[in-house]
Design a protein around this ligand. Structure first.
Ligand code: PLP
Length: 441
């Protein structure tokens, strides 16, 4: 019997779900069976307004025809081609198209399959880059408290989310962390916070402690998404760039969330006018349709590897699915869709409307902060006494029942709708959340 994809399966035991409260989910499943544009359809036939672009990835909305058709055609034409010592045209074409929209100075693309792999790839390139230049004492990596860089060992080492680190042992060494940028005096700021640029100077302290000659790279999210939408204070990223440049340390922007239009520019680097040495991206690269990630680098980094005998592999790194043809087809069709619909800058046009809608939630029960930028926002709730995360989790479940999909991290509600959202849908999303917050109060 073929599986009926539109109805809920009745045996949920085998699938150990990622980043999920498995027992709660399996006792009351939230099952999605179809999607189109701004909406999901549930197994009981309800329409859910997508307030999170899936997992911050479906920037053009769901089941966009051009992307669907490109994937269907490519999977029939050439399903797979080896990525090592062989090539296919789409991988080269997509790399050029990514470079075209990337910040000036970013000229090369290394493919992988996810944000986590992009981060681990970038960290490895940073280490190997210094070594290729004979600077092999530079092995230390600097991340930031509350940073999220995926779940590989590299990513959780430089990451700063406690629960993503604490269970996983002793491999997380050789790193240090900048302080996070979440300051109480910035609460309820509309857009970029005023206070905290000086937190970047903590890097000077870390450099003084370890010695610049031991530090390979600093990695930060230009805007920290998964930890609950923490925005960079004005001037902070420029200061980080100045300090890293002064000390010969590479700066990596993890743009897995901010890449592909989330803040109103193709990349956050352009939005903040700060060009790092490497950018990691994934998610919106293929509109979430086929797994794909990438590390974007300057010519300086790439060219440092292009030496020695020509038949010798320059970087001992790569994945079976690096530049997978179907993913490349999805990526190209995604970039076409973004261009045709003006989506890489649409968040800038909607930012004020989004901001005013979100900040209208101020004063509702337990709301202790609201943050926004581009088409991303967070509503932070006061935790329940002795039960951190419970209040936001209850709101998340109620919101789903009321027809909207939001994300939570701890007691922070995060929203990052597809960049095709209309003003009416912003009103619906925020209005429904307001109702849920009032009832939960
Ligand atoms: N880096 C950042 C900034 C992210 O937000 C994420 C995922 O949300 C990742 C890395 C990990 O990406 P993935 O889940 O594709 O491995």
């Amino acid at each position: 019997m073929p599986l009926d994809r539109k109805s809920a399966p009745n045996d949920l035991r085998a699938f150990w779900m990622p980043f999920t409260a498995n027992r709660q989910f399996k006792s009351a499943p939230r099952m999605l069976v179809a999607a189109k544009d701004m909406h999901y359809t549930t197994s009981d036939g309800r329409q859910i307004l997508d307030g999170t672009a899936g997992l911050w990835c479906c920037n053009a909305g769901h089941c966009r025809p051009k992307i669907t058709e490109a994937v269907q055609a490519q999977v029939a034409e050439m399903d797979y081609a080896p990525a090592f010592q062989m090539g296919h045209p789409l991988a080269f074409e997509l790399a050029n198209r990514i470079v075209d929209i990337a910040p000036d100075g970013i000229e090369h693309v290394f493919y992988c399959n996810s944000g986590s792999e992009a981060v681990d790839t970038a960290l490895k390139i940073a280490l190997a880059y210094h070594r290729a230049r004979g600077d092999s004492a530079r092995t230390r990596l600097i991340g930031r408290e509350r940073g999220y860089h995926g779940v590989g060992f590299g990513g959780i080492s430089v990451g700063g989310i406690v629960n993503n680190r604490r269970f996983f042992g002793s491999l997380l060494t050789g790193v240090d962390h900048l302080p996070h940028t979440h300051l109480p005096e910035n609460a309820f700021t509309k857009g970029q916070p005023e206070h905290g640029a000086n937190l970047a100077d903590e890097l000077e302290r870390i450099i003084a402690l370890h010695g610049a000659e031991t530090i390979a790279a600093v990695i930060v999210e230009p805007m920290a998404g998964s930890t609950g939408v923490l925005l960079p204070p004005k001037g902070y990223l420029k200061r980080l760039r100045e300090i890293t440049q002064k000390h010969g340390i590479l700066l990596i922007f993890d743009e897995v969330i901010t890449g592909f239009g989330r803040l109103g520019s193709p990349f956050a680097a352009q939005h903040f006018d700060v060009i790092p040495d490497m950018i990691t991206c994934a998610k919106g690269l293929t509109n979430g349709v086929i797994p794909m990630g990438a590390v974007l680098t300057t010519a300086q980094i790439h060219d440092a590897f292009m030496q020695g005998p020509e038949h010798v592999i320059e970087l001992f790194h790569g994945y079976t699915y690096s530049g997978n043809p179907v993913a490349c087809a999805a990526g190209l069709a995604t970039l076409d869709t973004y261009a045709e619909d003006g989506l890489l800058t649409r968040a800038a046009d909607l930012e004020t409307y989004w901001q005013e809608a979100l900040h209208g939630l101020k004063g509702l029960p337990h709301v202790v902060d609201i943050r926004n930028m581009g088409l991303i926002g967070a509503v932070e709730l006061a935790p329940m006494e002795g039960q951190p995360g419970k209040r936001a989790f209850d709101v998340f479940v109620k919101a789903f029942e009321a027809g909207i999909m939001i994300r939570i991290t701890g007691d922070i509600i995060a929203m990052s709708p597809p960049l095709i959202i209309s003003k009416e849908q912003i009103d619906e999303l925020v209005g429904t959340l307001a109702e849920v917050l009032r009832q939960a109060g």
